[in-house]
Design a protein. Structure first.
Length: 256
């Protein structure tokens, strides 16, 4: 199967449809397994179901819609926020068994960048390196996002993930310079998945890297940027995470 570079400008022709929902939307990313195509929407819903999120929840639909709007503003590839949230769940299921807790972890991961609503486009979408003043504005987004969610009691754990998603295990992150176990475990798990996604999907400043290159970098940063426990859990789910990074827009003329 021929994939083009991971960019939404590549489109596929007729004759392609998701084996689960039957959609043939050209703007969706797809994954092929066992000679069948699965669209990104269905693949991510299957990840949620695998982790016990099998029922519909009105807050969840709202959060997913809001996350999609945030992705659109930042010109993210595919369903970035839902993708990192669904795969954070894949790691979290090794450490949390309560479905209500897993659901909040999903919400927090989904809305990790909600605070960027307060970041001006001139800074958020700037193609060049940020100035010190601009970087200071950008670094406020975890606290801004946490304040938005903290007003809703059912988003309390989610608010903690939003607040801590830019912290690093060695204390070099922001906004509070937390380290080790002071960072909520869910946020430590999210950090690994978010970095994997950032490296393996196109960004304005860099083309996507292969999974193995991203894996090597994550292993290198274990104990500094990442919690070794989170990296260990990442390795346990390598097969599923490889499937995540194989999502792509299909080349013209490819059929299922």
């Amino acid at each position: 199967m021929a994939f083009h570079a991971k960019s939404p400008h590549h489109r596929h022709g007729s004759g392609i449809e998701c084996a689960v929902c039957g959609t043939a939307e050209p703007d969706r990313q797809y994954h092929r397994s066992d000679e069948a195509l699965t669209c990104e929407h269905c693949l991510l819903d299957a990840r949620k179901q695998l982790c016990g999120l099998t029922d519909s929840h009105p807050y969840e639909e709202f959060a997913e819609s809001l996350a999609a709007a945030l992705d659109l503003r930042e010109k993210e590839t595919g369903l970035h926020s839902k993708r990192v949230a669904s795969h954070t769940l894949i790691l979290a299921r090794h450490h949390f068994t309560d479905v209500a807790t897993l659901r909040e972890i999903y919400w927090g991961s989904l809305l990790h960048d909600i605070g960027k609503i307060g970041v001006p486009d001139a800074i958020l979408l700037k193609p060049d390196r940020l100035t010190a003043e601009e970087w200071h504005v950008m670094q406020r987004h975890p606290e801004q996002g946490s304040r938005i969610l903290a007003k809703m009691p059912f988003f309390s754990l989610a608010a903690q993930i939003v607040l801590c998603h830019e912290e690093r295990f060695d204390g070099s992150g922001y906004p509070r310079g937390l380290s080790g176990d002071a960072i909520p475990l869910a946020a430590r798990l999210f950090a690994v998945i978010d970095t994997l996604d950032a490296m393996t999907f196109d960004r304005p400043y860099r083309k996507a890297l292969p999974f193995d290159a991203a894996k090597a970098e994550i292993l290198r940063m274990s104990g500094s940027q990442f919690d070794p426990l989170a990296v260990e859990t990442f390795l346990r789910e390598e097969e599923i995470l490889r499937e995540m990074t194989a999502l792509d827009f299909l080349a013209p003329g490819v059929t299922s």
